[in-house]
Design a binder for this molecule. Structure first.
Ligand code: ADP
Ligand code: ZN
Length: 732
């Protein structure tokens, strides 16, 4: 049903097929409304007693006579979904084995689409002066002159002037203000791509020129450069080119906390702020953005992965910054990888893709090796900044007291840096105070009631928290198992506990902690980050949040508190992730004039990953990783799909998984192997038992078709859910 026919016009009362946003598994047939309708039009259609949102997808599939069909209720007053977007949704649905309805839902998730383009009431300054000029009325008039005579809503006026609604109403009644109507969704201010950017270094200029050669057509470029080498400056040149050609650009960032800084750079470069799309943006703004992107009133969108599903009028460039970042993989709902979907969408709309990273994913590295992607390297840091010198601290030879995690060697190095007025970062990728709370009387460890996960103590929040499901509970006074009082004891460090240790070791230093759960809003986080960059802290303690793209010019020493943390685990990418994360974090040191240093506390200084990090032989690391994956036919040289079954009763889930595993002919036919079923590493989440299987196939095998046939043959028992994760990134 997902083949896309040529777009057509359906005259009034002719049959047509509608894809709704409801999970029905098929197109529904309707009659075209008065005035007719086009393929791609968003419509409201009756479904039982309700009306639902849908899009006209093509011809009617059934053979009911047209007078028996219900009519489309209304064609929405928005631009129709373009062929390119519909093709993208269909292909993305087929690739991820997601119902197309869900994909359409992702693409139409703008509030107020159905309500349409309402007008809103606005005011301008009128010809008459107020009958009596009070102080409040004068302030209102002053606001209008501050805004250059623009039309303003009552909310904007009362907020800026600090007056009540009554003041505005009275002034309007007297003719001092004139009431009018304006469309709700205004275009975004124009960016000026003709403005000159920074003068580029020869390397940067060469990279920008190479990108410019590919402009206008589909093509993917891996832009690799150490942190601080100026990748952003280079891809902003590509954005400028795209905007000059009159096309739209999209920049994806892995973390909302990074958008504020990036948007300021755009403003400096192009003279206005771009459109912003992520979960922190208001509903009103989302609706405006959706419409403006479709109408061409937004030139540049900066956003999170879901910005890929917006109805661009003419998308010419997609930048995926920090392309290796695991958060590009959506891990619940629709399981898709935004990096891969960006490439798919670009191939359908003739756009250029730039994947930027200091530590590319093995997938992108291998695609560049194979010549599928172009590759550009920025070898040096911009200006005088140098890469940090990296060394291991062998923890086996350090004299560690229990309950302490900062070794004497690291302490000594930090003391020197602090004495020189420089900043120090202690990196530990663990939120909270302590990962384990144990009873010293009976050995009981406090676990989440609904998950097979330990509760993590958060002293800042004064609660225990489950990092799996987010449930929280007060810290008990007595052991829930044996009842002993005052015996509960934290084990292991989190950033909050490390903060305690740092304050004790360096009583003079100002300590700041950067961890996502410590900030009420992304603005508060941004302020903290700016404060640190300006020198408001001497010691920064951070989780992986600090690894991503922030620039701290005073920071010269990075201490990786536990470099072994990510090395182990069943995860296919454990080594790759550790390598990326630690190199990213180390890259925080020495971004300005002063040289930086990174010290890795490790019990395994000879581990190949630790050695690769220290030697800085990145190509060697990737070659070795690639050889290993190739030998095992693992991604990117083979394909995987994760199958996750879950349900309230463990036996039912296991039984169904067992039957699936036995009846896997469709998979065997394509030469795929099935591993499992086995209890998932986290065997219970939110009260549901989880069982995993892993399907492994050759790169060219038609995996999705076989998977679809396989699972469709066996109806799911009640209450059991099955999710298929194509190209899984995590294996929990
Ligand atoms: P990356 O994206 O590779 O981490 P950035 O583009 O953020 O690097 O550059 C790092 C720092 O160097 C930024 O503060 C940036 O403004 C500055 N910089 C990079 N290139 C130039 C240039 N050509 N002229 C002036 N400053 C630059
Ligand atoms: Zn839980």
């Amino acid at each position: 049903m997902m083949d896309l026919p040529e777009p057509s016009f359906y005259p009034e009362a002719t049959p047509l097929g509608v894809l709704t946003t409801q999970p029905l598994g098929k197109l529904l047939d309707y009659r075209a409304p008065e005035g007719g309708a086009r393929t791609g039009d968003l419509v409201e259609v009756p479904l039982g007693p309700r009306r639902v949102l849908g899009a006209i997808w093509g011809d009617a599939a059934g053979d009911l006579p047209v007078h028996k069909l219900r009519s489309v209720a209304r064609v929405l007053d928005v631009p129709p979904l373009r062929d390119e977007l519909r093709a993208f949704l269909s292909r993305a649905a087929a690739y991820t084995l997601t119902p197309p309805e869900l994909m359409l839902y992702l693409a139409t998730r703008a509030p107020g689409l159905i309500a349409g383009q309402a007008m809103r009431r606005v005011y301008r300054a009128g010809p008459d002066l107020p009958v009596r000029m009070t102080e409040a009325r004068a302030r209102v008039l002053a606001v209008f002159s501050d805004f250059g005579g623009a039309a303003l809503t009552i909310g904007e006026i009362t907020r800026a002037a600090g007056v009540s609604n009554g003041v505005v109403h009275t002034m309007a009644a007297q003719g001092a203000l004139i009431e009018g109507a304006a469309p709700r969704d205004a275009p975004y201010p124009r960016l000026d791509p003709a403005r000159a950017g920074k003068a580029l270094s020869p390397d940067q200029a060469a990279a920008a020129a190479a990108l410019a050669k590919g402009g206008g057509d589909f093509g993917v470029t891996l832009l690799k450069g150490v942190t601080g080498s100026g990748k952003t400056e280079v891809y902003l040149e590509a954005v400028a080119r795209c905007l000059r050609a009159g096309r739209q650009a999209l920049v994806l960032l892995p973390e909302i906390a990074l958008t504020a800084g990036f948007i300021e750079r755009v403003e400096v470069r192009f003279g206005a702020r771009p459109a912003e799309w992520h979960s922190g943006v208001t509903q009103t703004e989302r609706r405006r953005l959706w419409r403006m992107v479709a109408e061409g009133g937004a030139q540049l969108v900066v956003g999170a992965r879901s910005a890929l599903f917006l109805p661009y009028r003419d998308l010419g460039l997609i930048v995926v910054d920090e392309e290796h970042d695991p958060s590009y993989k959506q891990e619940d709902g629709v399981l898709y990888n935004a990096r891969d979907m960006a490439v798919l969408r670009a191939s359908l709309c003739g756009a250029q893709v730039v994947l930027a990273s200091a530590t590319p994913s093995l997938e992108s590295w291998a695609n560049a090796e194979a010549g599928k992607y172009a590759r550009l390297d920025l070898p040096a840091r911009f200006g005088v900044a140098e890469l940090p010198d990296m060394q291991a601290i062998d923890m086996r030879s350090q004299d560690m007291r229990s309950g302490h995690w900062i070794s004497p060697a690291l302490q000594q190095a930090a003391t020197q840096r602090l004495a020189a007025g420089e900043q120090v970062l202690f990196f530990l990728n663990r939120r909270g105070y302590a990962p384990i709370t144990i009873c010293r009387a009976c050995g009981h460890q406090i676990e989440c009631h609904q998950c097979d996960a330990r509760m993590v103590e958060h002293r800042f929040l004064k609660r225990l928290m489950c990092h799996q499901c987010g449930a929280t509970a007060p810290v008990p006074q007595t052991c829930p198992s044996c009842g002993a009082e005052g015996k509960l004891h934290p084990v292991g460090p989190g950033v909050e506990r490390l903060e305690e240790e740092a304050r004790a070791l360096f009583p003079q230093a100002r300590v700041a902690v950067l961890s996502s759960d410590l900030f009420a809003s992304s603005r508060a986080l941004k302020e903290q980050i700016e404060g640190i960059a300006a020198g408001a802290a001497d010691i920064v303690i951070g989780t992986q949040l600090v690894a991503k793209g922030h620039n701290f010019p005073l920071l010269t020493l990075v201490g990786v508190v536990d470099a072994d943390l990510g090395l182990h685990g069943s995860d296919l990418r454990a080594g790759e992730r550790s390598f990326q994360l630690i190199r990213q974090v180390a890259g925080r040191a020495g971004r300005a004039e002063r040289p930086g240093r990174a010290l890795l506390q490790t019990h395994q200084p000879d581990h190949p990953v630790i050695r690769a990090i220290l030697s800085g032989d990145e190509e060697g690391f990737w070659r070795a990783e690639a050889a290993e994956r190739r030998a095992l036919a693992m991604p990117p040289y083979g394909r995987l799909a994760g199958i996750i079954l879950s349900g309230p009763e463990v036996q039912t889930v296991f039984d169904h998984a067992g039957v699936l595993a036995m009846r896997a002919e469709p998979l065997h036919r394509i030469g795929a192997q099935v591993f499992g079923p086995a209890p998932a590493p986290i065997a219970r989440v939110r009260g549901r038992h989880r069982v995993r299987m892993l399907v492994k196939a050759a790169k060219a095998a038609p995996l999705q078709t076989a998977l679809a046939e396989w699972v469709a043959a066996l109806p799911l028992p009640r209450n059991v859910r099955l999710a298929i994760d194509i190209d899984p990134q995590s294996f929990w």
